[in-house]
Structures are given as C-alpha cells and as structure tokens.
Ligand binder design. Structure first.
Ligand SMILES: CC(C)(COP(=O)(O)OP(=O)(O)OC[C@H]1O[C@@H](n2cnc3c(N)ncnc32)[C@H](O)[C@@H]1OP(=O)(O)O)[C@@H](O)C(=O)NCCC(=O)NCCS
Length: 152
C-alpha cells in the first residue's frame, strides 16, 4: 500500500486534513472505545500531528507533544489506525515513522507515553518499557511507558 506521511503543527495542516484527523479520533476514541470524554484538547494547538494518507483516506494518525508539555519528554498519543485499514501493519509503520520524526526533531530525547494497557506488547516492540502501575484514565486501563534516548 502506498502511504504518504504528513508531519505538521496544527497551523501548517490544511483544514480538511485536520478535519479528517478529528473525524477518525472521534470515531475511534469516543465511539469505538465507548469513552465519553473530550478528545480535542489544548495539546492539539501546539503539538505535532502525524497523518498517514492512503490516497484521499486518512489511514492512520498520531500526535506528539513537545518536551515539557504533557511530560518532560516528547510523548506520542492518540495513536490510531482507521478501522478500515487495521491488521495490515500500518500501526507498525506509523510508530516507526513517528520515532524517526521524534529523533530528527528532538535528537537524543527519551519518549514517554500513557499507553492503553492492552497494547503493552506492541509498544514494548518499539523499546518502550513500563514505568508505572496500571491506572485508569477516562475509565480505560493505562500504563506509563518510557523509551530511553538512543545512545550516540
Ligand atoms: C492499536 C492500533 C493502532 C493498531 O493498528 P494496526 O494498524 O491494526 O496495527 P498493526 O497491523 O501494525 O499491528 C501491530 C500490532 O498491534 C498490536 N495490536 C493490534 N490490535 C491489537 C489488539 N486488539 N490487542 C492487542 N494488540 C493489538 C499487536 O501487537 C500487533 O502486532 P501483531 O500483528 O504482530 O500481533 C489499532 O488497533 C487502533 O487504532 N486501536 C484503537 C485505538 C487505540 O487503542 N490506540 C492506542 C492508544 S494508546
């Protein structure tokens, strides 16, 4: 599948691109996960957004908050694959691209995430390790995970 990645601050995304991201985020994090909590928040205004386009479809998406924003480290979040594109390895490609972008944007920084617990092994595959007990966020079990900076 041909994927085109777009990495941009909100102000540099087109309105239709950000709309597509919000449509997928609502569909996944509110409706699919039956989680009646706000999805859009103030982090959207200043973070980086990573969009994976398959033609005109938004196939996968995540955002990255800056160091010192949500956590002292940069932090991946709102990781999703459009349900129509799941199980084809896009989650893997999205994470790989995001970690390359993070390394380019903030060289030699660790990355900290608040991961949904059911994806522990998925994130461990990218070098993240648990650094907290399991906790509830928006009624969903989460665990904080840290990926150390790559030694240079
Ligand atoms: C998690 C998600 C992004 C994976 O997307 P995907 O494109 O289907 O992922 P891939 O095909 O690249 O699969 C990667 C790995 O994800 C993990 N994974 C995917 N779905 C999973 C599930 N339901 N339960 C546990 N692990 C799962 C597996 O480790 C899988 O590797 P495997 O195929 O070798 O077992 C997607 O299922 C999704 O959008 N889920 C809902 C949103 C969400 O929970 N986001 C995470 C917030 S922390």
């Amino acid at each position: 599948m041909d994927l085109r990645f777009e990495w941009a601050r909100l102000g540099d995304l087109s309105a239709p691109a950000f709309h597509a991201a919000m449509v997928q985020r609502e569909a996944v994090f509110i409706i699919e996960q039956k989680c009646i909590f706000p999805d859009a928040d103030a982090y959207d205004l200043q973070c980086w957004h990573l969009l994976a386009w398959a033609g005109h479809d938004l196939a996968a998406y995540l955002r990255v908050t800056d160091p010192g924003s949500k956590y002292p480290e940069p932090s991946l979040g709102r990781v999703l694959t459009n349900p129509a594109y799941r199980g084809k390895g896009l989650g893997q490609l999205l994470l790989t691209e995001a970690l390359v972008r993070c390394e380019q944007t903030w060289p030699a920084h660790a990355n900290r995430i608040g991961a949904q617990h059911y994806l522990l092994k998925f994130y461990q595959g990218f070098g993240f390790e648990p650094v907290s007990d399991v906790y509830l966020e928006d009624d969903i079990p989460h665990i904080e995970m840290l990926r150390p900076a790559i030694a240079r």
